[in-house]
Design a protein around this ligand. Sequence first.
Ligand code: BG6
Length: 496
Amino acid sequence: MTDAASAPQFIPVSAFDLVVFGAAGDLSLRKLIPSLFHRWRDGQIPAESKIVGVSRSEMSDEAFRTLALESFHKFRPGETVDDSEWSAFASQLFYVELDAVSADADWSGLAAHLSGRQDKQRVFYLALAPGLYGAVSANIDRAGLKTPGSRIVLEKPIGKDLASARDINDAVGSVFEEEAIFRIDHYLGKETVQNLTVLRFMNSLFEPVWNANAIDHVEITVAESIGAGNRADYYDTSGALRDMVQNHMLQLLCLVAMEPPFDLEPDTVRDEKIKVLRALRPITEQNVRNVTVRGQYGEGAVSGEPAPGYADELGRASETETFVAIKASIDNWRWKGAPFYLRTGKRMRARYSEIIIQFKDIAHSLVKTGKGGLPPTRMVIRLQPDESVKLLLVTKDPGPGGMRLRYVPLNLAYAEHFEARYPDAYERLLMAVVRGDLGLFMRRDEVEAAWRWVDGILAAWKADETPAYSYPAGSDGPAQSAMLLDRDGREWYDGQ
Ligand code: BG6
């Protein structure tokens, strides 16, 4: 460890074979292949490794490589790729046409790629709809491609409720051991999300005050400026609660709320996270309107550009929520009385993810203050963009003129302190799978516990016919979101 900014260090991995099912799809072309290219460019992918893309489209290796390069340019505008670099990387990239869901498809093309390579770490990445995970796992096994150490990667969402998540987990689990199943929540691969554990547990300052005695409440915001766009058809079957809260938001909540794990072994941390999920107070038909808000964006403007409403993008009216705000209560000693307010939405004012830890007001002010009193100490953890950790404190404005107070941040801005390029979450996650580091992935019981809580909200919304309030694209969500906190005498902290 060093106190100076240090160059990134990559943990070497042994040669591996990565099979990407759904290789011609959006996730693969937008995230996986570009991430692999970056890992390759940093020298982390050994030359004997193979990346084999699989999908139903008819394509040669060459055509797949060209498609991958075009997608790279499309999704990473501004990044330059040298021809010789790309062709060296692409020489490790192959393509197989295969309907992996069909039991009688011919798997010999894929088998030929993997033949004689049982000694290499084998990873199957299912960039497919979750309903297909069981069938593809079974077919991998039937085709004899599962080696004893093979691993399988599942993208979120695992199901659309607890029952379907269990079915998927059972089906995949009948082929792969739990230790071989890597369930992705890409938020866990983000630099700043990893830093939450370090911040909390590797500084002596915070842990003594990290509880409801000192903390008034916590806010977690994941705002996006993009809309559902060309994912609208999928998104309409999901909505913000399933798409963002069941996974990303609850993972963030767990990392902020969990008890100190005794080490950083994957299961030690996951054991602590699941205790938080189990302690979440159920939301029922009786209280759902008081503690949740659903919203859907209408027409508006984002960053000065006109933006269509959700129903226009979808081409029909819909009740699906594109925004949700929730007051979550954790029923344990640490958090009794300190709620966690969560909100996430599409087509909001800006894209930013932030965690605010708001400490309690001071007991007694020494100076006369205006109506609002002194602002409370706040810790603002900015996950993206402009990653930073700020501690907002009241200080004396320097100079004459009496005791004038200012609210200013102690600011750990990553860009000023660290020189490194932050790898995309998928770069870290892909290499973690190859290394077998389960800590960044969700265990079966975690996913199911998160669904159990979310299922309660879905059922309550249905029974209560909770409306999705309209909000203009480019705003902070519906007015009811502010009222959710206002009822408790609080308000969302939206920067100073
Ligand atoms: C995905 C959701 O899991 O996360 C998307 O399905 C969302 O709807 C995305 O846009 C947000 O990820 P990020 O990394 O851009 O915050």
